[in-house]
Design a binder for this molecule. Structure first.
Ligand SMILES: [Fe+2]
Length: 303
C-alpha cells in the first residue's frame, strides 16, 4: 500500500512569526500561533496543519508526514521498513496530539531525513480564513547522496513507485542554464504524479537539503493571484512555467527563511498501474525562468 499523500512536514526556520503575514497575504491560507509545546502551523485544507514551523537559526526540513488509510496499512508499512533494518519508533502521545492524528510512528531514512507514518487525521470545520479552494501539500523535493539508492529505499521501504525521471543540466540554481548535471527521480503515491522527488548533485555538491516544497491549488486564478502577491513583495524565484513530466503550471517563490515553495495547479494524475518510466531531458516545457527584478518592477533594485 502506498501512502495516500504527503500530509504534513516540519520546517525549522529562523523566524516563524514572519510566516503569519506571508500565509495570510501571499498563500491566502491560515496561520496558527504557537501555543505551549505546539509550534506555529500553516493550515491548508480542512483545517489540517500542513507545515509545522520550529524556530532554529538554520532553515532545514525536520520531518515529513505520510498519510495511510488506516491502522492496518500503516502497520504493514512499519513492518516492511523494519524488515529492511530500519528502526521504526511509535510516536509518543504528545507528538500524536500535536499532529492531530489517531496514530503515528517515526523513522530516520539512510539519507538523513526523518519521516512519520500516520493514520486517522483529525478534521474539523474550517475555522481559519482561506480564500483557496482545496490547497494541499503536493510534494517535497529532497537532495540525496545517491538517487538510485533513494529510489530503491523509498520504493521498497515507503511504498512510493517511480513515475518518471528527469536528467538535465543546470547553473547556480536549477532554473539557470549551466553544465551541472542533475538526475531527478519522481515518486508517485495514490493519485499524485509525485509526492516526493529526490535528486543527486555531482561530487562536491550538497548531499542533503530541502530543494523545495509544493503547494497545489485548484485553479490558475489562484496561482496568478499568488504570483501577483509575490511580484509585489519581491518574492519571486522564477516566472510561471509548465513542467514536462506532471504538466503542472507553477512558479517558485521564496518564503521566509529562504524556503523555496513551488505554487501551482493542474498536474496530471499519476498512473499507478504498470507504466513505462520515461526519462525527460528538461524540467519545463516553457517558463520557470529565473526571475530578475528590474528597476521598473521593483524600485528598490534601482541602484
Ligand atoms: Fe516541484
Amino acid at each position: 500500500m502506498t501512502p495516500l499523500r504527503l500530509g504534513y512536514l516540519g520546517l525549522a526556520v529562523p523566524d516563524p512569526d514572519a510566516w503569519a503575514p506571508f500565509a495570510h497575504e501571499v498563500l491566502e491560507c491560515g496561520y496558527r500561533e504557537p501555543t505551549g509545546p505546539m509550534p506555529a502551523q500553516i493550515v491548508l485544507d480542512d483545517d489540517r496543519p500542513a507545515i509545522f514551523l520550529e524556530r532554529s537559526p538554520e532553515t532545514d526540513v525536520r520531518f515529513l508526514g505520510w498519510e495511510f488509510p488506516d491502522h492496518a496499512t500503516a502497520t504493514d508499512r512499519v513492518r516492511r521498513l523494519t524488515e529492511l533494518g530500519i528502526e521504526v519508533v511509535p510516536g509518543p502521545d504528545t507528538v500524536r496530539q500535536s499532529r492531530r492524528v489517531d496514530g503515528l510512528w517515526s523513522f530516520d531514512d539512510p539519507f538523513g531525513y526523518r519521516h512519520e507514518i500516520y493514520f486517522g487525521p483529525h478534521r474539523r470545520l474550517r475555522t481559519l480564513p482561506s480564500q483557496l479552494g482545496h490547497p494541499e501539500l503536493g510534494h517535497a523535493f529532497l537532495l540525496v547522496g545517491d538517487p538510485a539508492e533513494a529510489e530503491e529505499f523509498f520504493g521498497e521501504g515507503l511504498g512510493l513507485p517511480i513515475s518518471d525521471r528527469i536528467s538535465f543540466t543546470m547553473g547556480a540554481t536549477p532554473f539557470e542554464p549551466g553544465d551541472v548535471p542533475v538526475d531527478v527521480s519522481f515518486l508517485l503515491a495514490h493519485h499524485r504524479h509525485h509526492v516526493l522527488a529526490v535528486a543527486g548533485l555531482p561530487d562536491g555538491g550538497p548531499t542533503r537539503g530541502l530543494a523545495h516544497i509544493m503547494i497545489e491549488v485548484d485553479s490558475l486564478d489562484e496561482v496568478g493571484k499568488a504570483y501577483d502577491a509575490c511580484l509585489d513583495r519581491d518574492l519571486l524565484v522564477t516566472t510561471i512555467g509548465r513542467h514536462t513530466n506532471d504538466e503542472v503550471v507553477s512558479f517558485y517563490l521564496s518564503a521566509p527563511g529562504g524556503v523555496v515553495i513551488e505554487f501551482g495547479c493542474g498536474g496530471r494524475p499519476a498512473d499507478p498501474g504498470p507504466h513505462s518510466i520515461p526519462r525527460y531531458d528538461a524540467p519545463s516545457l516553457w517558463g520557470h525562468r529565473p526571475y530578475k527584478p528590474t528597476p521598473e518592477t521593483h524600485p528598490a533594485h534601482a541602484e
